[in-house]
Ligand binder design. Structure first.
Ligand code: FAD
Length: 140
């Protein structure tokens, strides 16, 4: 069988699926490949807890959870323990992501509420060297 495409996306996790959707929307022909069988499409998202990273969101405020940009960054840096030269870019990513999450807090009201989706708005899942860790200093 001959294959022809403008782009080959390797990995059908969320990143690969999002990239594929964008490319298809832009009119590109895409081949999406994954090392796993078709029933595993989605990658790690199969095991994801559904936690969303928000900073001082309307949902948190409604639940009387005090949160802030400084607290979120403290959680991330405290969990990740960036202390090596090669941690420079991961730290920059953490800072940029907290900036993004804090700046977009008002837009969360456009999303379905945690009551209907079962997502945990009050929990932060932090990337760490050991994997994914739950950490939050936001008081409930
Ligand atoms: C237990 C658990 C709970 C989680 N909970 C949350 C949460 O609550 N909130 C949250 O935001 N995030 C959570 N995450 C993290 C989130 O699920 C991942 O960050 C996200 O799904 C990663 O998507 P990705 O597309 O970047 O990578 P992946 O999902 O890892 O996708 C990569 C894909 O590439 C494929 N692949 C890799 N190498 C090759 C190769 N050489 N050739 C072909 N295919 C290849 C893999 O099979 C996989 O399908 C959780 C993760 C786990 C494991």
């Amino acid at each position: 069988m001959a294959y022809d495409a403008d782009v080959i996306v390797i990995g059908a996790g969320l990143a690969g699926l999002a990239a594929t959707a964008e490319l298809v929307d832009a009119g590109r022909r895409v081949i999406l490949v994954d090392q796993e069988p078709e029933q595993s499409i989605g990658g790690q998202a199969h095991w994801s807890f559904g936690g969303l990273f928000f900073v001082d969101s309307p949902e948190q405020r409604r639940l009387r959870i005090k949160d802030s940009h400084a607290l979120a960054l403290q959680d991330w840096l405290g969990t990740a323990a960036f202390d090596r030269p090669e941690d420079h870019w991961p730290r920059k990513w953490a800072e940029a992501y907290v900036d993004f999450a804090a700046a977009s807090r008002e837009s969360t009201s456009a999303h379905p509420s945690s009551e209907t989706t079962g997502t945990s708005f009050a929990t932060r899942f932090m990337p760490s060297r050991m994997g994914l860790t739950s950490a939050t200093s936001a008081s409930r």
